[in-house]
Design a binder for this molecule. Structure first.
Ligand code: NAP
Length: 334
């Protein structure tokens, strides 16, 4: 599963340094990750890279210096990288995933979520690469959970509609592709605002101020590391079994409202939660959201694929760098 390639390295010796050519191991299985600068894409890139895959990540505005800078709306650039790299697998994480942004910029969101996804699927088919298109539980209206892959979608907001159209564009252009629907994500973040779960942390920590928290929408917070592992397991299974294709669901299995997630976060860090106020009314601002779009994951489970990190352990690992107490100690003592 590995090949040898020459790589230039700098060798340091007392009083001098020299450039030398060395043989290095390069795994022969190649994976291309779009959206590798984003919340999920970073975890997917790491998962493949650390598990004997030769992974190349693409980003756009945040790409430099670690990743390839590719605008997915530029079909020539997409064609070139796929033909140059010849990936066996493409995990397509790039999207506009903020429902309120999609409502305000529908044309731009549709270009990325639908047109660019269809084009990527066509290019993937051209080199025989297995494409995994990341989709969302928001393709369902949330009125009769849990949802199987065969249930009829009925998205309530434009974001869900563009992702569903993206699914169709992918499967029309590449019949061997897979669609992986997932719910609300959390994990290692660069900024708390990067995830709809981690963004609650400062409200939890500032316990001198009461905070209203949604207690209406039922969610299943899912760790990006678990989704990344599921993508890799799916890719590896597909390399052995070409019948692996079509739509799949993956999700954490702890049902929580945002209020309950906030209380669990407080509990994980031994912080007070009495300032958090559960709001049981349906939210009236922003894009419409499904009440409970729970995903039935038995299809992947039957294939022996899956990984679930308990919420309290996963959220603690993700949030501890943002603990105010820790930030304060660093400011005072360093
Ligand atoms: N986050 C969630 O809670 C959630 C829930 C369900 C499903 N999903 C799905 O999971 C996937 C990943 O979501 P995420 O939260 O990781 O998203 P994210 O953090 O917002 O990242 C979006 C990614 O898309 C890239 N991108 C944006 N415009 C691009 C363009 N024109 N060309 C190339 N790349 C572009 C961004 O690159 P730059 O930043 O470098 O520009 C970034 O890497 C999406 O398909 C989303 O629909 C997410």
């Amino acid at each position: 599963m590995v090949g040898r390639e020459k790589e230039l390295k700098i060798r340091f010796a007392p009083g001098r340094c020299e450039l030398v050519e060395e043989d290095v191991d390069i795994p022969s299985r190649r994976a291309l990750i779009t959206g590798a600068t984003g919340l999920l894409g970073r975890a997917v890139f790491k998962e493949f890279n650390e598990n004997n895959w030769n992974a190349v990540g693409c980003g756009y505005r945040r790409a430099q210096p670690r990743f390839e800078q590719i605008n997915l709306l530029d079909s020539v650039a997409v064609h070139d990288i796929i033909h140059d790299f010849q990936p066996h697998v493409i995990v397509h994480c790039a999207a506009e995933r903020r429902p309120d942004v999609v409502e305000n910029q529908p044309e731009a969101a549709s270009q990325l979520n639908v047109a660019a996804s269809g084009n990527l699927a066509k290019e993937a088919a051209g080199v025989g690469a297995f494409l995994i298109y990341i989709s969302t539980d928001y393709v369902f209206d949330g009125t009769s959970p849990p949802y199987k892959e065969t249930d009829v979608p009925n998205p309530l907001n434009l974001y869900g509609k563009t992702k569903l159209e993206g699914e169709k564009a992918v499967l029309e252009n590449n019949e061997g592709a897979a669609v992986l629907r997932i719910p609300i994500l959390y994990g290692e973040v660069e900024r708390l605002e990067e995830s709809a779960v981690t963004v609650m942390f400062d409200k939890v920590q500032f316990s001198n101020k009461s905070a209203n928290m949604d207690h209406w929408q039922q969610r299943f917070p899912t760790n990006v590391k678990d989704v990344a592992s599921v993508c890799r397991q799916l890719a590896e299974k597909r390399m052995l079994d070409p019948s692996i294709r079509g739509t799949f669901h993956w999700s954490g299995n702890e049902q929580m409202t945002k209020y309950e997630m906030a209380c669990a976060i407080a509990d994980a860090f031994n912080l007070p939660s009495s300032h958090l106020r559960p709001i049981t009314d349906c939210p009236v601002v922003g894009a419409l959201r499904p009440r409970n779009a729970q995903l039935d994951c038995s299809k992947l489970e039957m294939l022996g694929i899956g990984q679930r990190t308990p919420f309290r352990a996963g959220i603690k690992e993700s949030l501890w760098p943002f603990l105010i107490d820790k930030r304060w100690r660093q400011t005072v003592f360093h």
